[in-house]
Every structure is written in structure tokens, then in C-alpha cells.
Design a protein around this ligand. Structure first.
Ligand code: GDP
Ligand code: IMO
Ligand code: MG
Length: 424
């Protein structure tokens, strides 16, 4: 029997590129959809048939009843938030229990990890990361220091293990003089969430995925965050705490690199960043405000304003390199419909020096732009690339030439239907 394959769909800038939407569109082509990194810091929006869902921990393939969805070992999971998210889907009529498996090796985010997240941020002074406050950093740090709790721990002797780790966190918080918190209600819901999670298959998902691959089944690995937030390759220390890049697919699902076939790199026709950290293309003017307004660039998890700017070829080239991207997906082109001029960041500049390679530290660099004519046409109703105005075709061609990678899918609106697959 022919081996199945894993395709990866990865955000290649600062997250919020539209991963949820495209995973939902791609799901009919795959047998399994799996999240391999991150946790409820993610907010993946899916819109179809007049309904809107924002998923945090649950893979975006969940709306298709014939498909298996997996929360892989590389993820971190907060039982209370998972319960709230899953119940919302169950209320909407989706039977999750038959189609969602959770890795026993995924790490648990405790309520006290979230308090630690706040405490560490508070202690950082002006170098705050602007985390989502979901306890992501402290949970991954604990995983690396080999003191964390995993999903499999809820199956045996859990109250004792939980009490011990919570006590350890409380001691750290006392040492930090961060004692003004109350998790009573949060903890009650969290423990209820732990009981709720027991109703799902808690499995060795890496064995499961490899067995399915051996049977010829196909897997879509759904990225969270984006390359520039990757713990190794992002704008450290203003990053998240997991491997959001292709390497993270292997470790976060337990699959060999030889099983990975297509790597889809998804980006917006412009740039956004939420949270702190350098962002050379950031616009502080009216154009930035317009991009935010037209693109509804407000965080899906925290509601914060997303910082906006033009598309960044330095970041995209770097991301294509570190991920081995084979195809690009460009989202939200419609947001640029009314702009007379579209700018593209070709290089970064600092102290009279220019570079097209991603610098070690992007702080203090500014963008060098090339201007292209806008298309000034409504793209949102278009259903085929034949309808595209010439200036939009030229924009696509320009990016493909610069990035040396084909743009095979274009999104022209938030709905599932507003997706154009190009015949190359
Ligand atoms: P993710 O985290 O990568 O899944 O992306 P988010 O859901 O956080 O942010 C993407 C936002 O853009 C969501 O509000 C989507 O509904 C919306 N969206 C996705 N694709 C398009 C598009 O092509 N055009 C427009 N206007 N909105 C889009
Ligand atoms: P999706 O999957 C955009 C950002 C936060 C902060 C930094 C660290 O929806 O694309 P963390 O809570 O992870 O410790 O925060 O990373 N961040 C995201 N930004 N989209 C996301 O996810 C993000 N997840 C984390 O704003 O700057
Ligand atoms: Mg998001």
C-alpha cells in the first residue's frame, strides 16, 4: 500500500494569516487534521453558511464529520478553555467525541501557569512580550525543565500531582512577591475541565498518525502562530514558546521528515503583528489605521489592535527558507482593493546599510519600499483568477518572481467560499 503523507500549513509571518480558514477549506482533501504546536494563544477564525467560529486548541478540521482531528504532543492545553471551546461546538451540533483525539504527551496549562505568565510579564519592565496571558511560556518552560504535567497524568494519581505542582508555582509566586491573585473560580472550572477531557480518547497520537500514514491516509498539520513568533527563528525574545515551523511538525506530531510532502506557507497581502517586538514595516499613519479598519485587524484572542504595515519580502524570504515552503497562499488581498498604491518592503535599512537577509535583531531597522499600482477593483465576488484585474495579476507575479515560489491559493474574503485555487 502507498504510504500516506503529511502536508503542513504554516503561518509564515506573525500569525493571524488566516490559517483556520484555509485548513477548513482543505479538510475535504485529507483524512486527518492535526495541531502540532501552541495552545489557546491561537485564535483561528472559520466562517461558513453565515456562522463564525474562533478555535483555540481544537483543529480547524472539526466541522467535517468524517475526519479525525488530533491535538498533538507538541501542543499545550488548558482543560477549562478546552471545555468551553468544545461545548460551544457541541451546542452548535458538532459531535466532537467521535472525531477528536488528544495526545497523552501534550502538556497541561495550569491556572497557576497563567498567573506566572502575568508575573513574569510584570517583572519584565519595558521589555514585555505582550503575551496572550494564556500561560504558554511558563508551560513550555516547565516542559523543558522536566517538571510539567502531561495530559496522560490525569489518568493516574492526578490530585496529588496537581497539588504538588501548584504548590511549587505558589512558592515561585511568593518569591516574586506576586501574591495578589485569586484562582478559586478558575481552578474550579479547570478541574471540571479535567473531568470533561477524560471523555475524549487520550491516546498515543504519534503511533496513531504513523499507523494511519502506513495505511495510505493523508494528514494536514495545522500550524499555529507564525514563523516570526517561532522560539528559534522568530524575533526572539518577542516570540511565543513553541516551534511553529516545519521542524515543529516532526517533533510536535512524532512524524519523520520523509513523511512531509507539501509545505504551504500562508501570508496576508500586507503585514500585521499583535503584541510587542520589532516590526520594521509598521505604519503609524493613516494608512496603518485604514489597513486595521478594513482588515478588521483586532486580536481574535485578546481583542487587541493588531499593528499593521505593508507586505515584508525580507520576512517572507526568510520564512520560505527556514520552512522549506513549496507553495504560498495569499490571504486578504481584498483589503487592498481601494488603495491606489501598494507598497512592498524589499529590504531593511539601518545606519545607511541595507540588507535583504533577516538580521539577528530586527530592532531599529526600517523598511525600503517598492511601489506598485493598486487594482482599485472589488475582488470579493470573484470566483476565478480569470476575473482578476491586470494590476492584481501583476502584484501576484511580482511576489512570485521575488519569492521564487508559486502562489497557488488566493483568498478574497473571510468566507469559506471566497477562496480561489489557481491552476498553475
Ligand atoms: P489565523 O490565526 O491564522 O487562523 O487567522 P485569524 O483567524 O486570527 O485572523 C484572520 C482574520 O481574517 C479572520 O477574522 C478571518 O475571518 C479573516 N479572513 C481570512 N481570510 C480573509 C480574506 O481573504 N479577506 C478578508 N477580508 N478577511 C479574511
Ligand atoms: P494564531 O495561531 C498572533 C503573540 C502574542 C505575543 C507573543 C507571545 O492565531 O496565529 P504567547 O501568549 O504565545 O506567550 O505570546 O506571541 N501570539 C500571537 N500573535 N497570532 C497568534 O496565534 C499568536 N499567538 C501568540 O501576541 O506577542
Ligand atoms: Mg489568529
Amino acid at each position: 500500500m502507498k504510504q500516506g503523507k503529511v502536508d503542513a500549513l504554516l503561518g509564515i509571518v506573525f500569525g493571524d494569516e488566516g490559517k483556520g480558514k484555509v485548513v477548513d477549506v482543505f479538510t475535504p482533501r485529507y483524512d486527518v487534521v492535526a495541531r502540532f504546536a501552541g495552545g489557546p494563544n491561537a485564535g483561528h477564525t472559520i466562517i461558513f453558511e453565515g456562522k463564525k467560529f474562533v478555535l483555540r486548541s481544537i483543529p480547524s478540521g472539526i466541522f467535517d464529520e468524517g475526519k479525525l482531528n488530533i491535538i498533538g504532543n507538541g501542543c499545550v492545553i488548558a482543560p477549562d478553555l478546552f471545555m468551553a471551546e468544545a461545548r460551544e461546538l457541541e451546542t452548535a451540533g458538532y459531535d466532537l467525541r467521535s472525531r477528536l483525539h488528544i495526545s497523552k504527551r501534550a502538556h497541561l496549562i495550569l491556572p497557576t501557569h497563567r498567573v506566572l505568565d502575568r508575573a513574569y510579564e510584570a517583572a519584565k519592565g519595558k521589555n514585555k512580550v505582550g503575551t496572550t496571558g494564556k500561560g504558554i511560556g511558563p508551560t513550555y518552560a516547565e516542559k523543558a525543565s522536566r517538571t510539567g504535567l502531561r495530559v496522560g497524568d490525569i489518568l493516574e494519581d492526578f490530585p496529588r500531582k496537581y497539588a504538588a505542582l501548584k504548590a511549587r508555582h505558589e512558592q515561585i509566586l511568593r518569591d516574586l512577591h506576586f501574591t495578589d491573585y485569586d484562582i478559586t473560580e478558575e481552578e474550579r472550572l479547570w478541574l471540571e475541565g479535567v473531568e470533561y477531557m477524560r471523555q475524549f480518547p487520550l491516546t498515543d497520537t504519534e503511533a496513531e498518525i504513523n499507523r494511519l500514514l502506513a495505511e495510505g491516509k493523508s494528514v494536514l498539520a495545522e500550524g499555529a502562530q507564525g514563523t516570526m513568533l517561532d522560539i528559534d527563528h522568530g524575533t526572539y525574545p518577542f516570540v511565543s514558546s513553541s516551534s511553529t515551523t516545519t521542524g515543529g511538525v516532526c517533533t510536535g506530531l512524532g512524524v519523520g521528515p520523509n513523511k512531509i510532502d507539501q509545505v504551504y506557507g500562508i501570508f496576508k497581502a500586507y503585514s500585521t503583528r499583535v503584541g510587542a517586538g520589532p516590526f520594521p514595516v509598521e505604519l503609524f499613519d493613516e494608512t496603518g489605521d485604514r489597513l486595521r479598519e478594513i482588515g478588521h485587524e483586532y486580536g481574535a484572542v485578546t481583542g487587541r489592535n493588531r499593528r499593521c504595515g505593508w507586505v515584508d519580502l525580507v520576512a517572507l524570504k526568510y520564512a520560505i527558507m527556514v520552512n522549506g515552503v513549496t507553495q504560498l497562499i495569499m490571504m486578504k488581498s481584498d483589503v487592498l482593493d481601494d488603495f491606489p498604491v501598494i507598497r512592498v518592503c524589499m529590504a531593511y535599512e539601518k545606519d545607511g546599510q541595507q540588507t535583504t537577509d533577516m538580521p539577528y535583531d530586527t530592532e531599529g531597522w526600517t523598511a525600503v519600499y517598492r511601489d506598485l499600482p493598486g487594482w482599485r477593483t472589488d475582488l470579493t465576488q470573484m470566483t476565478s483568477e480569470d476575473e482578476f484585474p491586470q494590476a492584481f495579476r501583476d502584484y501576484i507575479q511580482f511576489l512570485e518572481d521575488e519569492l521564487q515560489t508559486p502562489i497557488t491559493i488566493l483568498s478574497v474574503g473571510p468566507d469559506r467560499e471566497q477562496t480561489i485555487i489557481r491552476s498553475l
